[in-house]
Design a protein around this ligand. Structure first.
Ligand code: NOJ
Length: 448
């Protein structure tokens, strides 16, 4: 019992959050490169311009991953780094960086897992309407083909899109993320549909052109409700709520994206809310969108829970344990989310992200002690193990994040890393949690 023998242990990152070198060697601007200049957007005007300087320090970083005992490393390709205008011109230097990174990982025995899109959309294409443009799925397909042609001889694991809930929900729904648009309901549906078509075309390209047999998924996030008590009714309510949504929450939901991808059609609720949906969907598009995938990637951090305490948001009550992000600590979500997702979509669940931010600092002994991260991760992993033991196919766990990095609108104060980054000197220090995680990996979670 416990985790399967071939369980995939790893850690994750994303290009914009760690690479820096924002206009070096021919990289084009992405929407985040442009947005970070907006006055008042990010505390202290912080940007990803230099970030962890991973672009220059990747060899040292891979050596650090080796020291952590990682078996997999999930990272993303910066679309505007390899195609400065999003389509057309190729930036060889950009591809050289990823080629070298992948070679270095393989040389150290770490399996690369590539995410094709983690939010920094090419600015040149944003000026043409971004995901609103009918051509956007083809833009993404063209980019994917270039990546697959160059990297698929060594990359086996592919993730098309990271958290459409957040880049669409915040970027085009609430309008508090780049590109800061508040779309009408019809526009919101159009965006979802384009992103899913882009995902599907990318899957087709990877399947048809990859040189090594690929293993493909996407990495959504979404609300998971945890039952409020042990009754069957509460379990059923939590299950239903985890896949339902209203019009204000639609873009953040699970089923709006996952139902068409895994079940072949949008959920009924989508047709109720987005009245134009049937006019927007063209014949054959639903079967295109439901390209078979190999796993369900899930970014899981916290849950929603009922009943709601007066005056608090859905998952909060007076004094509830929270991370510095303000996110409730609910380890049970790491049992219920994989269970509900597996029941509904019937694919192995790969945890593509989970972790906790802290205000870590270097202690007087020169080390970074983060007992809370060990405790948090342990609690969550125990729940994942329980899910695995009860028959949920759980493929692996990618801790967020391999190192401290640029936490989008929150800047650098919230540190998610297993490795501490001193942004003044660039120095990395493995936190206590990294040494603990190494042992967890070595013992396949038996020491949890
Ligand atoms: C989700 C995102 O994919 C990642 O970019 C972000 O840093 C973490 N969660 C933590 O918020």
């Amino acid at each position: 019992m416990g985790f399967p023998k071939d369980f995939m242990w790893g850690a994750a990152s994303a290009a914009y959050q760690i690479e820096g070198a924002y206009r070096e060697d021919g990289k084009g601007p992405g929407i985040w490169d442009v947005a970070v200049g907006k006055p008042g957007l990010i505390p202290f005007g912080e940007t990803g311009n230099v970030a962890c300087d991973h672009y220059h320090r990747f060899r040292e970083d891979v050596a650090m991953m080796k020291e952590m005992g990682l078996k997999y490393y999930r990272f993303s390709i910066s679309w505007p780094r390899v195609m400065p205008n999003g389509v057309g011109e190729i930036n060889q230097k950009g591809f050289e960086f990823y080629t070298n990174l992948i070679d270095e990982l393989i040389a150290k025995g770490i399996e690369p897992m590539v995410t094709l899109f983690h939010w920094n959309f090419p600015y040149a294409l944003q000026k043409k309407g971004g995901w609103f443009n009918d051509a956007s799925p083809d833009w993404f397909a063209e980019y994917t083909k270039q990546v697959v042609d160059r990297l698929s001889d060594r990359v086996k694991y592919w993730i098309t899109i990271n958290e459409p809930q957040v880049f669409l929900g915040s970027g085009y729904g609430r309008g508090n993320f780049p590109p800061f648009i508040t779309g009408s309901l019809t526009e919101q549906f159009l965006l979802v549909h384009h992103v899913l078509l882009a995902h599907a075309k990318a899957v087709q390209i990877i399947r048809n052109h990859a040189k090594v047999t690929p293993i493909i998924g996407m990495a959504p996030t979404g609300p998971c409700f945890v039952p409020e008590d042990d009754s069957e009714e509460a379990l059923e309510r939590a299950r239903q709520e985890s896949f339902d949504f209203d019009k204000d929450f639609a873009l953040f939901s699970n089923s709006l994206y996952a139902d068409p991808v895994f079940l072949g059609d949008y959920p009924d609720r989508a047709y109720e809310i987005f009245e134009e949906a049937t006019n927007i969907i063209k014949p054959a598009e639903l079967s295109l969108i439901s390209q078979p995938l190999d796993f369900y990637g899930a970014n899981i951090y916290y849950s929603l829970a009922k009943p709601v305490e007066a005056g608090y948001p859905a998952n909060c009550y007076q004094g509830n344990p929270k991370t510095p992000m303000g996110w409730p600590i609910v380890p049970e979500v790491m049992y219920y989310a994989p269970k509900f997702l597996y029941e509904r979509y019937k694919k192995p669940i790969l945890i593509t992200e989970n972790g906790i931010a802290g205000f870590d600092f270097v202690h007087m002994d020169g080390k970074v002690h983060d007992p809370y991260r060990i405790d948090y991760t342990r609690r969550y992993l125990l729940q994942l193990k329980k899910a695995a033991e009860e028959g949920v196919e759980v493929a692996g766990y990618m801790h967020w994040s391999v190192m401290d990095n640029f936490e989008w609108l929150q800047g650098y104060d919230k540190r998610f890393g297993l490795a501490y980054v001193d942004y003044q000197t660039g120095r990395r220090i493995l936190k206590d949690s990294a040494y603990w995680y190494k042992e967890v990996i070595e013992r396949n979670g038996e020491n949890l």
